[in-house]
Design a protein around this ligand. Structure first.
Ligand code: HEC
Length: 159
């Protein structure tokens, strides 16, 4: 990945999207999150909540499950859909396609914060590792899809 930073004038994120970046092999996807500790910090969760409310809640709901788009981002639908996939893949899906009306419009840091928030709402615990776009951890080794209401608490209103 380091080579992308050598491309003068092209933002690292744009280069990352355009480069023939290899899909992580199964062996490269960490499954060491079995303790439930996620590869993200509490600060990312807190910032992600604000960014989610500003950029995603309009379609997916402030509780992540009842917006105009009916596929919930939390609970069993999340684990069934994403549990066996990695945070790396989840980042790509969201950054390439969301917000649905403005794909790729947020910074990498904002996308990782939002993902940290979604993971925490699904039971993953914040830790000391800062999530980046390259973080690849199998999702069902850190999240169980049991909705953590305290993570969502206070989230019924835009912040
Ligand atoms: C303008 C409405 C809109 C906004 C804003 C929006 N989404 Fe979506 N989202 C959709 C629609 C519609 C789909 C189904 C998309 C599809 O099938 O291509 C979707 C699908 C998804 C999915 C896949 C759900 C699943 O498991 O099948 C995820 C994850 C997601 N959105 C996350 C986000 C995040 C995170 C944001 C904010 C950065 C966001 N969305 C903003 C409309 C929106």
């Amino acid at each position: 990945m380091r080579y992308i930073f050598g491309l003068g004038g092209i933002a690292a994120f744009a280069a990352a999207l355009l480069s023939a970046e290899p899909w992580p092999a199964a062996a490269d996807i960490s499954t060491t999150g079995t303790s439930g500790i996620g590869p993200f910090t509490q600060s990312q969760v807190d910032n992600g909540r604000v960014a989610y409310n500003a950029n995603c809640a309009g379609c997916h709901g402030y509780n992540l499950q009842n917006g105009t788009h009916r596929t919930p981002l939390i609970g069993q639908p999340f684990i069934v859909g994403w549990g066996q996939r990695s945070t790396w893949e989840y980042y790509r899906y969201i950054s390439y396609r969301m917000p649905n009306n403005a794909p790729n419009s947020l910074t990498p840091g904002t996308y990782t914060n939002i993902i940290a928030y979604i993971l925490a709402a699904n039971g993953a615990q914040p830790g000391s590792e800062i999530m980046t776009p390259e973080t690849a951890v199998r999702i069902d080794t850190i999240a169980d899809g049991i909705v953590r209401e305290p993570v969502l608490a206070g989230n019924s209103q835009p912040q």
